[in-house]
Design a protein around this ligand. Structure first.
Ligand code: DX5
Ligand code: ZN
Length: 222
């Protein structure tokens, strides 16, 4: 298990798009570590969020790294664009990549951290032969495509299994949890071995989003 403090990545998907600058500043001035940026194509997932021009506009004002979650088919086509739009971490979906090793190598060649996301039905055991080249694994704890969904509880087992798998081959691996994360399950997720908590509606839907980030950052495993 990582000994450093966990990271908080507010998901901009839940921001007020008509007041995006204000919400970016909120994240800048909060205890958040990263911006989580959800790019969707309406094909890999049944929704379309925003694309790289909007991400670039966010990057212009963001004072923290952009953690980009590509929920798109054939992500190889967009890796350079994604990097140019300001990505620090690029995460592709396991289910969308035929040649995952090649895709991850391309992300690293761009100078970004390379992540892979798993849908709730995809077992962590499928990562066995790719684990050592990964910087991050994003475990989807909802079916991707929408914010505000209910957390799927088998995620806890997946975190523990993945942490165990990575212990010798890649102890620095970051395990990120995405979907339905809030103050009610943060401690248990950290206890299971999570390093990065993505939070959309539990942050931007809060009366005081800055306090919601602070509370998530201050949670101790348990
Ligand atoms: C879902 C996205 C998530 C989403 C999380 O497809 O990947 O990042 O914004 O939203 P909440 O935290 O509301 O479940
Ligand atoms: Zn996401």
């Amino acid at each position: 298990m990582s000994t450093t403090k966990h990271l908080i990545a507010p998901s901009v998907l839940a921001a007020d798009f008509a007041r995006l600058y204000d919400d970016v500043q909120m994240v800048n001035n909060s205890d958040a570590d990263w911006f989580h940026i959800d790019i969707m194509d309406g094909v890999f997932v049944p929704n379309i969020s925003f694309g790289f021009p909007v991400m670039q506009a966010i990057a212009k004002h963001a004072q923290k790294p952009l953690d980009v979650h590509l929920m798109i088919v054939d992500p190889d086509r967009y890796l350079q664009t994604c990097k140019d739009a300001g990505a620090s971490v690029i995460t592709v979906h396991f289910e969308a990549c035929t040649h995952l090793h090649r895709t991850l190598s391309a992300i690293k060649e761009l100078g970004c951290k390379a992540g892979v996301a798993l849908n709730p039905h995809t077992p962590v055991s499928l990562l066995k032969d790719i684990l050592e080249v990964l910087d991050l694994v994003c475990l989807m704890s909802v079916n991707p495509g929408f914010g505000g969904q209910k957390f799927i509880a088998n995620t806890y087992t997946k975190i523990k299994d993945l942490r165990e798998m990575a212990a010798t081959v890649n102890p620095e691996l970051l395990i990120e949890i995405d979907g339905g994360v809030g103050i009610g399950n943060a401690a248990a997720l950290l206890e299971a071995g999570a390093d990065v908590l993505v939070a959309g509606s539990s942050v931007f839907g809060a009366v005081d989003p800055t306090a919601a980030v602070r509370n998530l950052k201050q949670v101790e495993a348990g």
